[in-house]
Write a protein that binds this ligand. Sequence first.
Ligand code: AMP
Length: 416
Amino acid sequence: MRVLLIGSGGREHALALGLAADPSVEQLVAAPGNPGIASVAELRAVDAVDPAAVAGLAVEIGADLVVIGPEAPLVAGVADAVRAKGIAVFGPSGAAAQIEGSKAFAKEIMTVAGVPTARAYSCTDPAEVARALDEFGPPYVVKDDGLAAGKGVVVTEDRAHALAHAAQCERVVVEEYLAGPEVSLFVVTDGETALPLLPAQDFKRVGDGDTGPNTGGMGAYAPLPWTSPDLVDDVMARVVEPTLTEMRRRGTPFAGLLYVGLAITSGGPKVIEFNARFGDPETQVVLALLETPLAGLLHAAATGTLAAHPPLDWRPGAGVAVVLASAGYPEAARTGDVITGADRPGIIHAGTARRDSDGALISAGGRVLAGTAVGPDLEVARDAAYALIEGIELAGSHHRRDIALAAIEGRIRPPR
Ligand code: AMP
């Protein structure tokens, strides 16, 4: 089949590697793509959030499947425009993508569906915010209602900081703090049938030991040696099935990738957030472990035939991804620095570009690259991922040193 992949980050590079490795894919086009994706796909320019432009490109190349990576095109209705041309698309409709596009909408779905999540208030004025903060107490959790690329959330002990963040946003969700280790569960669904991928953990804070500001994600590993064996079944039954049922009941079935971000609390798993697409950098490790051909799986979800899809095959062992970030990230990422040592298998490109003057590889974003490796266990995979990162030169770059370490050392224990 001919596949068009939309997006330009690390998640899309990981998706591109998976799609290119599927023998059923005869042509892979990525738009706009990035220099890493260019090694496995033909790149085309497109405005990814312009529904007509993406649909036009899909028609032009005769795509049999369009895979939409990022949330912004989904929320903009790109999947609807492609579907309207009669082309299979992996990614929810604009209406269903509101599950990520609006935190308030996601809360409403969870409440109606009886999904375990943090208690929350949706607030539009400072007095409401103050009341909600005082009801829940510290640590305070304040979330920008709209899309904020993973950076609209402030978790703080400082009430003034919480209020200041709320004041910068039009509408915020203030919620109860959920204590417990976090899990990302990706679920591939056609709206009816749902297939969970391996649970993974990512690292949102910029600094070792989960310190410093939130980022888009500084690393990830899978599988999780510390979770209970029933975790996935439990989340499918108590979170995913009721959510999909409620989305169908509303006439906006959710088909695509439902990302369930959970905290494993003393009261069991509770939803921190839903996303409408694969998470970055968990995708890098989860897809590195998936042996089932990716295009076939996503095509089945896009065509409502997931019930007939065979069970997923996983490579034994573990995967680890370590993100290399540019100087100044996340506050003020510097770009334009030359990168060397990045042309090796396992290096995933997220924020890179080619310099116009000489074609040199340069940084073009906050999270620049991810060293991704698999191995027979987490320790071996981790060493290999760090070896990849240590082989890269990028002035001023930084990365966390503790990705997957607590899991390897048996230091993660969900509260009882
Ligand atoms: P979100 O964009 O909703 O995933 O939030 C980003 C990060 O903030 C999450 O991965 C958590 O680490 C943290 N966070 C969000 N909501 C909560 C909560 N209710 N309790 C504790 N931490 C939270």
